[in-house]
Design a protein around this ligand. Structure first.
Ligand SMILES: Cc1ncc(CN)c(N)n1
Length: 226
């Protein structure tokens, strides 16, 4: 069952159906679920993902700056907190067990796929407004929520990647997805009313679609690192 992360997200997801499937059913994801993903690929991905989350937290911080209501500020600030104080713990803990310390993670050189994705998102927010930023940020947040739930429901607990799956299936992470989804719905209503009638609808859809394709590239970068 597809989780409910708001009606704007559902519309964007449907408008990017092909890339969305490529993202959420990528070979990397299948390998996490059935445990066949090579450890080297996973660690390569995880180191890059730590750096990704640093830049992603910067982009969510920009969303705090671009907020128009206190409610928006609270959700965006809460998402920054969830990223830097919770999600990144998985990366730190898993990498520490492999002898990679946090200073090494922080100093890791970014892969081009990583750089392309994070700077695309940041530019969407710098060039555009709050909604441009949300369209570019939401595939990341909600996509992992969807993947985590699906893998957790498919007896994935035998895989060596059970911790990764549990992080994104966790009710706390799911709550972040739900809160962000509800906030995006309210932000759309506040700024443009009915999204389906809005002249900016296709620009926002394109941003969502591009971010989704960049997620596919990120998984592929992980696989290529094996
Ligand atoms: C590339 C990527 N996309 C999404 C997530 C989930 N926050 C992540 N950790 N990394």
């Amino acid at each position: 069952m597809t989780p409910d992360f708001g009606k704007t997200f559902a519309l964007w997801r449907e408008g990017a159906a092909g890339p969305w499937h490529d993202y959420t059913h990528h070979a990397f994801v299948q390998g996490l679920g059935d445990g066949t993903l090579p450890r080297t690929a996973f660690l390569h991905y995880l180191v890059q993902d730590y750096v990704f989350l640093v830049h992603f937290a910067r982009a969510w911080s920009l969303a705090v700056v671009k907020s128009e209501t206190l409610e928006e500020m609270k959700i965006c600030a809460g998402t920054v907190d969830a990223l830097v104080n919770h999600e990144m713990s998985l990366h730190v803990k898993t990498c520490a067990a492999e002898g990679i310390d946090e200073a090494t993670l922080f100093a890791a050189t970014e892969a081009v796929e990583n750089l392309a994705y994070t700077r695309y998102v940041m530019d969407a927010g710098l060039q555009g407004d709050f909604l441009d930023l949300m369209a570019a940020l939401s595939p990341c947040v909600m996509g992992y929520g969807e993947i985590g739930l699906r893998l957790a429901a498919s007896k994935a607990s035998d895989t060596p990647y059970a911790d990764w799956i549990a992080t994104y299936a966790d009710p706390e992470y799911q709550m972040v997805c739900e809160n962000v989804g509800a906030m995006i719905d309210a932000a759309v209503t506040r700024r443009i009313g009915d999204l389906t009638q809005a002249s900016r609808a296709s620009v926002l859809q394109d941003r969502f679609c591009m971010a989704t394709k960049l997620e596919v590239g990120f998984w592929q970068m992980g696989l290529n690192g094996q």
